[in-house]
Design a protein around this ligand. Structure first.
Ligand SMILES: Nc1nc2c(ncn2[C@@H]2O[C@H](COP(=O)(O)OP(=O)(O)OP(=O)(O)O)[C@@H](O)[C@H]2O)c(=O)[nH]1
Ligand SMILES: [Mg+2]
Ligand SMILES: [Zn+2]
Length: 346
């Protein structure tokens, strides 16, 4: 990150400005979260880069967040409302929601044209990006290694004729110029995708520097599988801010029904024509979705994935809500136990 960079270049927009009063600006300065670790965060403001420890009073933050930092003691006074926010169910069995990135204009859904190519996975990422309120761009990498690149690109385009799909050789900065329209100054971009898809390689080509480590895809080993281990917000000289993320082994959806609907708008439009308004599109008479499947106007794969993602986000959302409610009840229980013990309100 360069030493001097203006708020606007960092991605500051009127949406954030409107949230602050002039009084507040007297005592606090805006800063952006550029890295988020277990016990510390790094923020960037017009004063430069700073590391702050995460304490019990630090609000829940993610990379890309805009915060207000008190001039007096350097503490974060509040997080500004997010313009967009990426979330998933955290990996593993616990029902916890994890914030992935905030205040992003465009998401590059990075997918390589070799082993990693998978339409179901692209639809999964599209659901999250559409739900977050960012513009998705599917970036197909390793075109230099793939003989049927055009054919695969066409398969992605067929998911949605309006979708932006670009093919690149991520190692070649001439090739990644195709992405510059989304990388204008003041914009924020996030690179999402599986491990080894080429997110860091692409980031380096856009930033024009080997700033992020990259590596051949490893089998699971004791060092883990990801080359990039934490999310970082980097600056493209004269252009956008870009967030490089660690590859995700599983992007479990949580509470993103609207995102799934947008991603599968074609199926939802067909569903409107079904005879019954509560049609499950299985064996009901007059089902327009089944008719489209029979006529091969709709892919069985796509229809199955739609159902799977809808169910998954609903199930995960329910278990996250349940866990939250249980946490609250437990809190109440502790409080009333303390009150009983000390005989007063605590
Ligand atoms: N030939 C070729 N190799 C590429 C391309 N993009 C990435 N690679 C290679 O693929 C490997 C993985 O790339 P990375 O950029 O480290 O992948 P990543 O998505 O950042 O992976 P994680 O950080 O683990 O999530 C590296 O060896 C890169 O050199 C490309 O377009 N063409
Ligand atoms: Mg990486
Ligand atoms: Zn139907």
């Amino acid at each position: 990150m360069p030493d001097t960079i203006s708020l606007t270049e960092m991605g500051w927009q009127p949406f954030f400005q409107q949230q602050i009063s002039l009084d507040e600006l007297d005592s606090a300065t805006p800063a952006r979260v550029v890295e988020h670790h277990k016990s510390k965060i790094e923020i960037y403001s017009e004063q430069g880069r700073q590391t702050l420890p995460i304490t019990s009073s630090t609000p829940a933050l993610t990379v890309g967040d805009w915060v207000l930092q008190k001039r007096e003691d350097g503490r974060i006074s509040r997080v500004l409302e997010r313009q967009s926010c990426f979330r998933r169910k955290a990996a593993g069995r616990q029902a916890i929601e994890q914030l992935l990135a905030a205040n992003v204009d465009t998401a590059f859904i990075v997918c390589s044209l070799n082993d990693d190519f998978n339409l179901n996975r692209i639809e999964r990422y599209l659901s999250v990006v559409n739900d977050a309120g960012a513009e998705p761009v599917v970036v197909l990498t390793k075109m230099d290694l793939c003989a049927q690149a055009d054919e695969l690109r066409e398969q992605v385009q067929q998911l949605d004729s309006q979708l932006c799909v670009e093919m690149v050789n991520g190692k070649d900065s001439d090739s990644t110029k195709a992405l510059l329209p989304w990388c204008r100054s003041g914009q924020t971009v996030v690179a999402l995708g599986s491990s080894g898809a080429g997110k860091s390689t692409l980031t380096n080509s856009l930033v024009g520097e080997q700033i992020q480590a990259t590596a051949e895809i490893r089998e699971d080993d004791e060092k883990g599988r990801h080359t990039t281990t934490h999310r970082s917000l980097l600056s493209i000289p004269g252009g956008a801010m870009i967030i490089d993320t660690p590859g995700m082994r599983e992007l479990q959806l949580a509470d993103c029904e609207a995102g799934v609907s947008t991603t599968f708008a074609d199926i939802e439009e067909l569903a409107i024509q079904c005879r019954f308004s509560d049609c499950q599109h299985q064996s009901e008479p007059g089902c327009a979705v089944q008719a489209a499947l029979r006529a091969e106007e709709l892919d069985q794969r796509r229809f199955d994935n739609y159902g799977k993602l809808l169910r998954e986000q609903e199930l995960n959302a329910a278990s996250i809500a349940e866990r939250r409610a249980a946490g609250k009840n437990l809190g109440k229980l502790y409080k009333s136990a303390k009150e009983a013990k000390y005989g007063k309100k605590v």
